[in-house]
Write a protein that binds this ligand. Structure first.
Ligand SMILES: C[S@@+](CC[C@H](N)C(=O)[O-])C[C@H]1O[C@@H](n2cnc3c(N)ncnc32)[C@H](O)[C@@H]1O
Length: 273
């Protein structure tokens, strides 16, 4: 099976959408506890991603949401088709209304946002800052486009917090070190609040979500991460396909033995402009 065919199959089976549905409840809780949603507001979702979960969630709640991402361009390849299906599944999981809602998606680079000063009441960004080359510049852009008194909510992972229980600790150490390389900033949360303050924001809260699994089930966070890691690491840090397969088999064996253990921290900074 080609890589694209497998990808399409995975998405249409709902794997990615199911994973994201679990996160959606947390997204709602994070936002509700930080922002007054008693009236519709103008929101920018920075780096909305191909599944567009935050964008969809907020738009369905009645807000004026704009998404900006390099992926927001017309595409008709197999990956684009697969994501269209995954988005349909994801949107359907909210309320059955699956009408398309992509009229305010902008293809752009976050380092030069194509919006005027003070255009938004709220800017959100989930699992994206770790990919940005020039984080201070992006934060300056956020500060420019959010109105004075408006809010920013950024969620990112510190990959130092990743715990897998394996019997081969050395292989696991090499694999997690190689996985860090897929990001520009695998440990950004430690300094994000300082960078926000330096850009003129007042940090109002810092919180943590712990993703924690004690079973390796199909739609768990750990299964999602395990597949992504095993696909990425061969060819990095002298790791081979066989190393990745041995690591996956080890995790599966821990699960079969009833001693699976996976934990990862995602940190949230909220701030006022
Ligand atoms: C992990 S995905 C986003 C996840 C999404 N926010 C969510 O909540 O699921 C990271 C996104 O950042 C986007 N991205 C990375 N660098 C970018 C840049 N310089 N400008 C715009 N988008 C960028 C990528 O295209 C990708 O869609």
């Amino acid at each position: 099976m080609t890589e694209h065919a497998r990808f399409l199959l995975d998405l249409t089976r709902g794997r990615r959408a199911a994973h994201e549905r679990q996160l959606a409840a947390w997204r709602r809780r994070d936002l509700d506890s930080q922002v007054d949603f008693s009236r519709p507001i103008a929101i920018l979702d920075l780096a909305n991603g191909r599944l567009r979960p935050q964008y969809t969630l907020l738009k369905r709640a009645g807000h004026r949401v704009v998404g900006v991402d390099l992926v927001n361009r017309p595409a008709h390849d197999l990956t684009a088709v697969a994501y269209r299906v995954a988005r349909w599944l994801y949107a359907r999981s909210f309320n059955g209304d699956v009408a398309s809602s992509d009229d305010t998606l902008v293809c752009g680079n976050v380092t030069a946002l194509p919006f005027r000063e003070a255009s938004f009441d709220l800017v959100t960004s989930v699992a994206a800052f770790e990919h940005f080359l020039d984080v201070p510049r992006v934060i300056d852009e956020l500060h420019r486009v959010v109105r004075p008194g408006g809010r920013a909510l950024i969620l990112d992972t510190d990959w130092d917090s990743l715990v897998w229980h394996t019997s081969d600790r050395e292989l696991n150490r090499r694999i997690t070190a190689a996985w860090d390389d897929h990001l520009v900033h695998p440990h950004l949360p430690k300094v994000l609040a300082r960078l926000m303050r330096a850009a003129g924001f007042t940090v109002t809260a810092q919180r943590v979500h712990v993703l924690f699994n004690t079973e390796l089930t199909e739609n768990s966070f750990s299964a999602f991460d395990m597949r992504a890691v095993a696909k990425y690491v061969p060819g990095h840090h002298d790791l081979t396909e066989a190393d990745a397969a041995a690591w996956v088999a080890d995790l599966q064996a821990r699960s079969d033995a009833g001693e699976f253990f996976y934990s990862l921290n995602r940190y949230i900074v909220t701030a006022t402009a």
